[in-house]
Structure formats: structure tokens, C-alpha cells
Ligand binder design. Structure first.
Ligand code: ATP
Ligand code: FE2
Length: 343
């Protein structure tokens, strides 16, 4: 069985073809990027419209299959930006109708989880889901992915992007923060906010903005005044200190969750799971506790169509069917609202 998966919840339009053994035949995508600043939802919409046709051709070329070989269409039904979500919803409906095959709208966070489960082979992991809008510690209990702990304000990816934007980097800022961080070992203390298995980042962001504006005069060669203490700090040092602080918070929260839930496997997935330093910290903690650890492969960490196709296959094979009405997009659809009928 072959499934074509379509992803367009926010910055990325992605199409992937996956078979029911979990082989990824093709996974083509395009992400809207900027030189500086963030992304505008309307620009993302234009970008996705522009690239959809090209990617559709490319995904069939790469997979070496024809549209008539596809048995199922899956798309991200939510959560995400209303406008961009509708790009894949409309395309998926049109393709399913034209090919006369079933259509299924799937939950984006669960797709991030299931693709990592596929690559790990883990059966009952704790999942650290770290991406743009979401930062949650999740485990499967009584038929649903339950959130054990999560950010009390912004997602870690949005936090890294907002901080990166502030120091002049373009979207996506997360990977650029990682690169700059690798060039420093100078740590400055930042707020460390953790409450049990929940945590928050917005106070750290405010603090970073304050420090960065103190440090900006260095660039403009203005009089330094009270900023003297920060004068020797570079962007690299701020990035390094940021990563060390926020990833330590996540590692501590996950360690607590593993103990509470008494689980023996940890998965990290989502866009920020591409980060090497986060993987290192989690791995060190897992080794010390005798926990098996898996970091989703980099190419499957951010948004892409293969994860959508794979979840489509899991749900379809478990018997889930949706009426056309049920394939309407849902901007605020949480992972813990979905009955997990496939495990
Ligand atoms: P969500 O899954 O919550 O809806 P999303 O779909 O918008 O979020 P993803 O593609 O899953 O986003 O993740 C994108 C985020 O990952 C961005 O914030 C980006 O900066 C961040 N990111 C990507 N690579 C890295 C990296 N190497 N280090 C840190 N952050 C990264
Ligand atoms: Fe995502």
C-alpha cells in the first residue's frame, strides 16, 4: 500500500510517499526562509501555492511511481495556520477525488511522534516533542498521547527563532543559533524556570533581549556606560548560554518524567530535535539512568510529508475513516484529543 502525505501547517510545504512497511520512497519539501525577521503567514501561503505543483511532480519522479499507484492520501488537518493548512487540505481533496481513493486528515504533532517511533522501533517511549509551536513531554496512556509536562508559554522553537530574530538572524533561526553556539564556551547565567515537569521560556527571552540591547552598543561603538560588563560578549556567547540553559531545563524535566512514568525509552522529535547539543544532553542523562535513547534522524525532524503519509497509513490500516466534513482543518487540534486506535 502506498500513501501520499501532504504537509503545510506553517512554514513548510512537503510531500512524501511511504509504503505500509514504513519505507520512505520520497520526501520532497520547500521551506519559506528569510534573510532577517520572521515569516508572514500570507507569504507562507504564497510560497506553498507556488511550490505545490513542482513538489508534486518531483515526489512521483523520486519515488518512481505513478499517481495511479497511490492507495491513500493523507494531509495535516491541524494544528497550524488557517491559511496554509487549507493549501494541503484543498490539494488532498482534489487528488483523492481525482484518483478515487480514501482521504485522511491527520494530527501534525502525532505525525512527528509516529515517524520517530518508526525509526526507533521503540514500543512505549516517553516522547520529548520539541518544535516551533510545541514543547511537550508525552506518553501513551489509556489510548491517547497524554501530555505529562509542557511549556507554560512559548514553544522552544519559537523561542529560539524570536531570540535569533532579535540578534539579526533570518528564519529559521534555530539552526543558526546552533551554529553560533558551537563557536563559544563562555557561559553567562540566564533565568532557569522549571516547575515540576512544566517549564517556561518567555522570561529567558526577556532577559536575553535586555542583555543583547546592552551588548549592542559594542557594535555601534557608542558609549558603553552600564553595559560594560557585557562588552566582551558576542552573539556566539549568547547563543551558547541560551542553548545550555534551555536544553538543561528540558533534560531535567524529561528526567523527572521518565522517573514518574517509570519508562525505559526516550524519543526526541520535532524540528528542534535536529539540534546536536540537545541530543548530547539527553543522551548523557539517559546513559546515566539506563534508558534507551533515540533522536529522530535530522531529515525527519522538521516538517515534511513522509511523517504525514506514515500516520495516514497507521490510521487507515486500523480502520479509521473520515467523512468529507471530518476532513475540515482544525487550527487548534491537540495531540491528546486523538484516539490512538493503531497500537
Ligand atoms: P509544530 O510541530 O509545533 O507545529 P512547526 O511545525 O512550525 O512546529 P517544525 O518544522 O516541527 O515546526 O520545527 C521548526 C522549528 O525547529 C523552528 O523553530 C526551527 O528554528 C527549529 N529548528 C530547526 N533546526 C534546528 C536546530 N538545528 N536547532 C534548534 N532549532 C532548530
Ligand atoms: Fe512540526
Amino acid at each position: 500500500m502506498l500513501c501520499l502525505g501532504i504537509e503545510s501547517t506553517s512554514h513548510t510545504i512537503g510531500l512524501g510517499i511511504v509504503d505500509d512497511d514504513g519505507n520512505i520512497l520520497a520526501n520532497e519539501r520547500s521551506t519559506l526562509t528569510t534573510e532577517s525577521g520572521g515569516i508572514h503567514p500570507r507569504k507562507a501561503l504564497e510560497h506553498h501555492h507556488l511550490f505545490f505543483g513542482l513538489l508534486l511532480e518531483k515526489v512521483f519522479d523520486t519515488a518512481k511511481v505513478k499517481p495511479s499507484d497511490i492507495d491513500l492520501i493523507a494531509f495535516s488537518k491541524g494544528p497550524g495556520l488557517g491559511g496554509t493548512l487549507r493549501v494541503s487540505a484543498a490539494a488532498a481533496r482534489a487528488l483523492a477525488t481525482k484518483l478515487n481513493i480514501p482521504l485522511i486528515g491527520v494530527n501534525h504533532p502525532i505525525a512527528h511522534i509516529e515517524i520517530a517511533k518508526l525509526t526507533s522501533g521503540f514500543k512505549d517511549p516517553v516522547i520529548l516533542y520539541v518544535s516551533g509551536a510545541n514543547t511537550q513531554i508525552i506518553s501513551l496512556a489509556a489510548g491517547r498521547y497524554r501530555v505529562a509536562g509542557e511549556t507554560l508559554d512559548i514553544g522552544i522553537g519559537n523561542f529560539l527563532d524570536a531570540f535569533g530574530r532579535y540578534i539579526g538572524l533570518g528564519f529559521p533561526q534555530g539552526p543558526k543559533v546552533e551554529e553560533l553556539a558551537s563557536k563559544s564556551k563562555t557561559y553567562i547565567e540566564l533565568p532557569y524556570t522549571i516547575k515540576g515537569i512544566d517549564f517556561s521560556f518567555s522570561g529567558i527571552l526577556t532577559n536575553l533581549k535586555r542583555i543583547s540591547s546592552k551588548y549592542k552598543p559594542k557594535l555601534s561603538k557608542a558609549k558603553l556606560g552600564p553595559a560594560k560588563q557585557y562588552v566582551s560578549l558576542g552573539k556566539e556567547d549568547l547563543c551558547y548560554s541560551t542553548q545550555e540553559t534551555v536544553f538543561a531545563i528540558l533534560t531535567e524535566a524529561v528526567e523527572r518524567a521518565l522517573a514518574h512514568l517509570d519508562k525505559k525509552e526516550l524519543l526526541v522529535t520535532g524540528g528542534v530535535a535536529a539540534n546536536k547539543r540537545l541530543g548530547e544532553m539527553l543522551n548523557t542523562m539517559c546513559k546515566a539512568r539506563g534508558i534507551k535513547f533515540h533522536q529522530v534522524p535530522r531529515e525527519l525532524s522538521g516538517d515534511q510529508g513522509a511523517m504525514i503519509a506514515w500516520l495516514g497509513i497507521l490510521e487507515h490500516k486500523a480502520g479509521r475513516k473520515q467523512t468529507l466534513k471530518q476532513t475540515e482543518v482544525d487550527k487548534n487540534w491537540r495531540a491528546d484529543e486523538v484516539d490512538v486506535i493503531w497500537t
